[in-house]
Structure formats: structure tokens, C-alpha cells
Design a protein around this ligand. Sequence first.
Ligand SMILES: *Cc1c(COP(=O)(O)O)cnc(C)c1O
Length: 425
Amino acid sequence: MTHNEELFTRARKTIPGGVNSPVRAFRSVGGAPRFFTRGAGARVWDADDKCYVDYVGSWGPLILGHADADTVRAVQEAAAKGLSFGAPTIGEIELAELLVQRVPSMDMVRLVSSGTEATMSAIRLARGFTGRDAIIKFEGCYHGHGDSLLVKAGSGLLTFGNPSSAGVPADLAQHTLVLDYNDAQGLRDAFAQHGKTIACVIVEPVAGNMNLIAPKPEFLAAMRELCTRHGSVLIFDEVMTGFRVGPGSAQGLYGITPDLSTFGKVVGGGMPLGAFGGRRDIMEQIAPLGPVYQAGTLSGNPLSVAAGLVTLKKIAAPGFYEALTARTKSLVDGLAAAAKRHGVKFSAQSVGGMFGVYFAATPPTSYAEVMACDKEAFNRFFHSMLDAGFYLAPSAFEAGFVSAAHTDADIAATVAAADAIFAAG
Ligand SMILES: *Cc1c(COP(=O)(O)O)cnc(C)c1O
């Protein structure tokens, strides 16, 4: 047994499935998950001391790579001054000011400790602000594990949803309408029928939790127009896309202004931190100013804030996103060209520093098309790449991430490894 396998056996005795978040368990691809002992830049090492070029980056946060020296130093300095106060600190104001400056739609922001907390809070706020209960989400979009969001489509067209997890009350799921991503007409029909009751629409402006699906511009535009017309709150869940796809996040990239947005991942620089914010009139409905309750013992934690501040400052360097975007694109273009050379049905695309690879002739544009990709082909490719020292997301339905620490040589080595795997069939 490898050390990874021994650790997995041991972990499963005390931790359900051996992991603290399900996708880590490698259920989708099979085999034992790798237990990581350290990371540096673009690389991670596992319990057998095997080194990998990492394209997961803790599922997005590590835009500067692992153990970025400035981030680590800032966290150490903050830790030496106290781990938590449960009282306001200067760093929280600085981070709030930076976010308000960088995010076009954000007048005010509140810090929380995870993306899930950010989306749960934003939805409560939208409901409190509008006095309505119904929400719209899209199939395949993930917004954390809040009860209202673990919902799948109902049995009929435009019927409200059913729980997608045990433990979610059906009564609660009935307030969530689940529609198809990129289907502007479906959204129009839903608003025509239920418009007066819709508190909010929540969307991943680039979907990154069903592999990567790029938004059709008319889909996001229709959403903005319908929410405005019907007095519903438009929530962009930018937990993944925030500061990942560009300096203004997805809302900057596509030129759409949501009413609220949620952040996580990159904003915490690898520490637990989330944020939600937007229009002042809406944000002023939160306690202690307004009637919508929301709170957190560790919210705005000084170590998380320190990591977030350094990260946001470093990614503002001139040319940062041009370089990240170009490097990510060279990865997906290289992979697609290699597949083509060997006649493998494969495609790939990127948006900023996130990417998708698909065992399908063209990149999918809907949840149904993603589900139709060849999962077995992905799983074989995943394990071959893993053996060769390249760590991709352990599921055909997750996006990948490139960091500023990935070099052109890393990309070239990755493409060469994939070429050899495609050649071998
Ligand atoms: C990761 C993610 C979340 C949940 O964030 P956690 O920090 O894991 O709770 C929510 N929304 C999107 C779009 C995400 O990618």
C-alpha cells in the first residue's frame, strides 16, 4: 500500500468517507485521494513524496500559487498580533474599501468565513429586502450547501424544485425554481408566470461547478433586464469567478451589474474568507442597521483578512490578468491541439485563469451537454496525468485553475504529457 492508501484507510475510520468535503474522495475518478504534505508555487507533494504540477489550487483560491511568500508572511505577522478579537479591526475596513473599489456593483460589503455563508446570507437579504420567498437558480450551478440551494428541478416545466440532498425540507425546496443555464427564454417564461413572487435570481456568471460553461451574453443580459423589470434582486455568485476571470470579476468582464454579489476563494488568498455586497439600499437592510439578521464569531478574521489584502494587492499588478489569461489559454490550446493530432474527441476552453477540458468535440453550453461528455475517457486521462505528475480536478465535472506561479515551462510539460497520453490512446 502507498502512504496515500494507508492514510485513506485510516481517515475513513474517523472522518465520513475519509474527507472533509466530498469531491476530495476521488469517488468520481476512482482510486485513493492524494494526501498533500506541502505545496510551493505551482507544485504540491503527496504523502509518498510524489510531486505534481497542481491545476486545482485548492479549488480556486490560490491564484498566486501555493505558500506565496508575501501571503505567508502577512498571515504570520497577523497571527503574532492575535488570532481573533470578535471586535472590529482596521484590516476589515481596508479589505472592504478595496473590494468596493474593485467590484463595479459594490457600494457596501460584509465579510464572512466561506462562500456558502456568503450565498446563504445574500439570499436571506434578497428575501428580506423584497418581502418575497421564491428564488431562481440554474441546474448545475453550485452555490454552497445552504438548504435553499440544494435543490433540483421539479418534475414539470416551471414547477418548483425538490431537495437534491436528504435533510433539506421539501417545503423549503418548493421555494426554489431550477431552470436551465444559458436558456434566456426559459427565464422569460419563468418570470412571466411567477415574476411577482421572485425574490432573487442567483447565478454563476461563468459556471464552474459543472466543469466550465461560458455564459451566452444574451442569457446574462436577459437576467439583468428581467430582474429590474420585476423588482427581483440579481445575485452574481462570484465565489469562483471573483478576481479569477479578470480584475473586475465576471461582472466587469461581461459588463453586467448585479444587485448583490458573493465572493470567496481568491478574496481569502487560501484562508477561510467570504464576502457579500452590492447596492447600498439593499445592504442597509442587514443587522444592526436593518431587520435581516446575519452574524459570525470569526467574520473578518484578522488572519484571513491579511491573506486577502496581500492577494488583492498583488493581483492588481499591471499585466497580471493578461499574463494569467494568456498562460491559461496556451494550456487549453495546447491540449486541444495535442488531442486533434491523435484524433481524440476532446475540446477545451478558458476564461481568465479558469479552464475546462471536455471529452466532447466542442465545449458544452448547457448542463445536459456537459453530462453527455465521455466521463470514462476523462477518468482514464485523469489517472494517466496523475501518474505523470499533473494534478487535475478529480472529476469530469469540475473546472481547473492556473496560477501566477505556473510557468510557460510548466504548461509545455503538461501539454507534452497529455500528447503522449493521447498518442497511446
Ligand atoms: C466554492 C463555491 C461556493 C461555496 O464556497 P465554500 O467556501 O466552499 O463554502 C459557492 N459558490 C460558488 C460559485 C463556488 O464555486
